[in-house]
Each structure stands twice: as C-alpha cells, then as structure tokens.
Design a protein around this ligand. Structure first.
Ligand SMILES: Cc1cc2nc3c(=O)[nH]c(=O)nc-3n(C[C@H](O)[C@H](O)[C@H](O)COP(=O)(O)O)c2cc1C
Length: 214
C-alpha cells in the first residue's frame, strides 16, 4: 500500500466484530513497532497482549467504577452531557477480542544521571533536568511505537484505538497486567476486526500547523 493511503486510511476503531484475531497478526504489528525510533535505542518497551476475557473485564470494571465515582462529583455538573458520553464510552475496549497494554521502562540516560546528581546543589542543572522531563523521551518513544503498531495492525486488516483515558486507573491496570515495578503503563490499545469504519476525523489546514522560519 502507498504510504499516504496507509497513514490517511487509519481510523480509530471503537466497535469490533465478534471474530477471533490471529495472534500472528498482532505479533507482526508489534514486531514493526519495535522498529520505531526510540530514545538511546534502549528499547525498554513491553507489550502485554490480553485475550483473556476475565482480564479484559477486570480492567474495564476497574475503570468503570472510577468513571461512575466521578459522575457523582458536583464538579461534573458543568460538563453535563459531554462527561456522561465519556462515561458511557470509556470502557468500549471491553468488547475488543484483544487488548494490548503498552509499557515502558523507567530508564535514565547518562545526561539524566549527571543532571540528577548535580541538581542536588545546582539550580541550573535542576532547570535542565526539568526541561528534559517536560519533553519526556520515554513518552515520546512509546508514542512512536504505538503509532507504528497501529499502522502494522491496519496492514493486517485489523482496527485499533490508542487509549490513554484508561490511565485514570493506571496503578490498578499495572497490577492486573503484571507490569513490573520498574516499568510504567502508558496506553491500552484494543484490537479487532472493525465492525464499522468511521469517517475520517477532520484535520486542520497546513497553514494552521506549520511555521516556516527562513
Ligand atoms: C495520546 C492519545 C490518546 C487517546 N486516547 C483515547 C481514549 O482514551 N479514548 C478514545 O476513544 N480515543 C483516544 N484516542 C484516539 C483519538 O480520539 C483519535 O486519534 C482522534 O480523535 C483522531 O481520530 P482518528 O484516529 O480516527 O484519526 C487517543 C489518541 C491519542 C493519540
């Protein structure tokens, strides 16, 4: 497939057919994800592929419980219908045949180690460390891997959705998935054959998103 067609043809899929997903297809997409650029080439990513219905249900129940709790808070009032929609849809991944948890190790580059040590006594080093943390290499690395995996899944005829919403219950999901203590979970990606493919979400014009400094 032509690259432009692949990139523009990818949609976030939130409704899935009740059809088994071949594990080889998922593995192929993950193996592509592992070719994504990554900070320092540490490749400290880990993919938790869940097909067990009980585990998927536990993740969804855990999230739903917190969404229901939030719905009772008076602060939700002003967001009315928007929040209720969010609450209704938050756990759509329950219906997916496969859910992938994407985690990353809490590695520290040499620069981070130097700055951390130096930062105990030096304000300039602390500022540099904060700057690095604000543009966390770990998060950017995992994002590149997720997008590459999404394109790989699409190439296998599968639909998927990048989900950060469930990180509301991140600690509990890490426990359910058995994510090692030194790692962190960043997203859930439900996967399945699309029941429907929605129309493309509109994109902003180039003039709005590009600044050329010449
Ligand atoms: C970082 C990130 C977090 C997202 N989290 C969610 C989510 O929690 N739930 C959801 O339904 N979609 C989520 N999405 C999907 C976006 O809503 C979707 O990509 C966007 O609306 C554009 O639609 P498209 O992917 O079909 O082009 C997320 C996407 C990204 C990149």
């Amino acid at each position: 497939m032509d690259l432009e067609q692949v990139v523009k043809g990818r949609r976030s899929i939130r409704r899935f057919l009740d059809k088994e997903v071949p594990l080889e297809s998922v593995m192929k997409a993950i193996s592509l994800a592992c070719w994504a650029p990554n900070g320092g080439n540490f490749q400290s990513w880990k993919f938790f592929v869940v097909t067990n219905r009980g585990v998927i249900d536990r993740m969804a129940d855990t999230l739903q419980e917190k969404m229901d709790l939030m719905a009772e808070w008076p602060e939700v009032g002003e967001f009315g219908e928007t929040f209720q929609r969010y609450r209704r849809n938050a756990c759509f991944f329950r219906q997916a045949p496969v859910v992938i948890g994407v985690a990353y190790g809490d590695y520290q580059s040499a620069a981070d180690r130097v700055l951390r040590r130096r930062g105990e006594t030096d304000q300039a080093a602390r500022e540099m460390l904060n700057n690095r943390a604000a543009a966390a290499s770990r998060v950017q690395t995992i994002a590149g891997a997720i997008q590459t995996m999404l394109l790989g899944l699409q190439n296998e005829g599968l639909g998927a959705c990048w989900m950060v919403g469930p990180m509301l219950v991140r600690g509990q999901l890490e426990e359910i998935l058995g994510v090692p203590k030194e790692m962190g979970l960043y997203a859930l990606v439900p996967v399945g054959y699309p029941e429907t493919v929605p129309d493309p979400a509109p994109r902003k014009p180039m003039s709005e998103v590009v600044t050329v400094l010449d």
